[in-house]
Write a protein that binds this ligand. Structure first.
Ligand code: ZN
Length: 367
């Protein structure tokens, strides 16, 4: 992969600037795609826009921008879209700004000649990145660390853009998209920031890599496959647990679906168990009730644990001896155990507490 640093004057950037609803936004003599399809429709406020013009006209530095180099030699703005649009629109005369010692707002054509030249000659710092898709992805993740605004999934959409991503976004990425319509009670995160798409891919790829999944489908025509899968997950959940509870939001439903879609459960019985567990004070992770009922794994429930005082009392009562192996340990080498386990009705109360050595506790709890 190559990363090249280039200084680009505002006059070069704004050369051939075109903003067309249908076809997109272009600059740099037509070679730069300023709003490639994966970019968020994120718009600067008036004051942010004015600040860009003010900064450049004073010759102060703007943050570096990132362009990706396409295979056909063209460029796409990865970071710096709003700054680029602000500069180009101002030069086009689309808005006025209050600059210098002038009280009134001025459009570009109202500026003095030397002010105009200073702005047109202003040098932007641009990093050009070319390389394979996965190299670009790594690189985008790195620039993201510098406080920039893309999420991991937005970056992946950038790197693997193509007909599949465009179609998938129709289902998963707009505030009124179908995935939000049927799934918002079950998924956490933001549709716009691509959390739904990320979750759906994670579920559908069955623990595979999201990058690999997207790379494989990059040039596929449509994304019905993942949409059908997603719909299947939601219908399955609604069938199993028809009585909605807010704790159902954010459960990894797709993973449970992959594992249990072919097993049969009795929704009436599940509902009774959910109710009992919701009321059980020993269960501290209520969200975990749903995976617990399907997998039978108690660790989802975060059963209440003994506090330091209860542990110390049990330790002193036992004189530091582990009742399983009969050996003496420091308290720091022991762990608290429910004598009668939770699933047999044992509670987290002092007389149900014993201290076991670490090995024996792990053996007992099957870890
Ligand atoms: Zn022991």
């Amino acid at each position: 992969m190559r990363i090249e640093f280039r200084e680009i004057a505002v006059r070069e950037l704004a050369n051939g600037y075109e903003d067309n609803d249908e076809e997109g936004v272009f600059g740099y003599g037509g070679a730069l795609d300023i709003r490639p399809p994966y970019q968020r429709e994120f718009i600067y406020s008036g004051s942010q826009r004015d600040a860009v013009i003010d900064t450049a006209s004073k010759g102060f530095p703007l943050n570096v921008m990132y362009w990706s180099v396409r295979d056909d030699g063209g460029f796409e703005v990865i970071d710096g879209q709003q700054r680029t649009i602000s500069l180009c629109q101002f030069i086009e005369g689309d808005f006025s700004v209050q600059l210098g010692s002038f009280d009134e707002k001025r459009a570009f054509h109202n500026l003095q000649k030397d002010e105009q030249s200073r702005l047109l000659d202003y040098k932007l710092m641009v990093y050009l990145c070319s390389g394979s898709d996965s190299e670009k992805l790594e690189w985008f993740k790195t620039i993201n660390i510098a406080g920039e605004e893309l999420t991991n999934q937005e970056l992946r959409n950038a790197v693997f853009h193509g007909p599949w991503v465009s179609d998938a976004k129709r289902y998963f990425s707009k505030s009124n998209c179908p995935a939000y319509g049927i799934g918002s009670r079950y998924l956490s995160g933001s549709v716009i920031r691509q959390d739904y798409l990320e979750t759906a891919i994670k579920w559908h790829s069955e623990q595979g890599s999201i990058d690999g999944y997207m790379s494989e489908r990059q040039n596929w025509e449509g994304a019905e496959e993942i949409w059908e899968f997603f719909r299947g997950v939601i219908e399955w959940v609604e069938g199993l647990f028809p009585n909605y509870r807010k704790e159902m939001k954010g459960v990894q439903w797709g993973e449970l679906y992959n594992q249990f879609k072919n097993e049969s459960f009795d929704p009436k019985r599940l509902e009774q168990e959910v109710r009992t567990l919701m009321e059980d004070e020993e269960v501290t992770n209520k969200k975990g009730i749903f995976p617990y009922l399907l997998t039978g794994k108690e660790n989802h429930l975060n059963i209440r644990s003994f506090n330091p005082k209860q542990k110390r009392e049990a330790y002193e009562r036992q004189n530091g001896v582990c009742p399983v192996c009969d050996e003496r340990f420091e308290i720091s080498q022991m762990e608290a155990d429910h004598i009668t386990p939770w699933h047999e009705g044992g509670k987290t109360i002092p007389n149900n507490c014993q201290m076991l050595c670490r090995d024996d506790n792990r053996r007992k709890s099957g870890r």
